[in-house]
Write a protein that binds this ligand. Sequence first.
Ligand code: NAD
Length: 328
Amino acid sequence: MKRHILITGGAGFIGSHLVDRLLSEKSWQVSVVDNLNDFYSPQIKRDNIGKHLNSPEFSLYEADIRCRESLRRVFAAEKYEAIVHLAACAGVQSSLANPALYVQTNVDGTLNVLELAREFGVRQFVFGSSSSIYGINCKIPFSEEDKISKTISPYAATKAAGEMLCHTYSHLYDIRTVCLRFFTVYGARQRPDLAIHKFSRMIWQNLPVTMFGDGTTRRDYTYIDDIIEGIRAAIDYRKSVHEIFNLGESQTVELRYLIELLEKNLGIKAIVEKHGLQPGDVPVTFADISKAKQILGYNPQTKIEDGIPKFVRWFRENRGLSFVESAL
Ligand SMILES: NC(=O)c1ccc[n+]([C@@H]2O[C@H](COP(=O)([O-])OP(=O)(O)OC[C@H]3O[C@@H](n4cnc5c(N)ncnc54)[C@H](O)[C@@H]3O)[C@@H](O)[C@H]2O)c1
């Protein structure tokens, strides 16, 4: 008997890697809910999961998490052991332009998925949260114990609200909720709006790379395989009814060093245009991952110096696809 899991946002970057991973284990029946929206090309999302579309172990439901009734049909069709909730409006900058859409998708949508988990008796709920909820936290590295009252973008605020809904549902309805705070994820199929992918596209075309700030802002970049290991462990986590974990690499990288690494691996010098810092962007992210290491057995393996060559190899092989997004 296969274990049945529902992955919301499963056609996206992180979700599609999780689909690959679970199906490779041969013990899972995987259902995906995704509305294949045009935040970036829906064709990219179809391609992300394309190889599984004819598999009897895989089902795609094109549904919107903002619509509880269409989502209810997905829950009525199957009995799920667990949900990994990754569907969201992602990205800090576009949340400043369209905060209402972020609230509708990331707060109301998350509430819908939790409500249906309650109604249909799904007891394991893994939530894709974000390092951005630490906002302008003064203390580094960021620990799960830190207060998260200093969010500085609508996106971050919606993720904080999502975590609170998770805690509420675990307390009220005994649904185990595991919130995973992802720190900037990269690797094959990375979202085209994210820096590593966007910069690669610009450098490859000899177009200017816009560097916000003086290049000293720092990010904890996490390789996709490490994130998938963390999610995988959270799916089987049983020790408490609610928990929060940072999933990062715990290596903080300056933007100017990231650009140097991309130049080296692409073999092209970047044309860098400096601009002021963007509102909503935090100056630094840095994960304390001791809790995830200790409790989840999370043990990230890929340093940025090893991950960027892997990303660039994928980028070179798929750059036609990347340029579909050149408007981003
Ligand atoms: N990529 C990162 O660096 C990162 C960092 C922190 C947190 N996260 C979170 O991880 C999750 C996955 O991120 P990603 O980078 O794979 O993004 P993504 O955009 O590639 O994937 C999200 C998927 O959700 C789907 N979706 C969006 N709105 C939906 C709706 N209303 N109904 C149904 N489906 C909908 C999209 O079509 C997309 O396929 C998101 O929750 C994001 O906030 C990502």
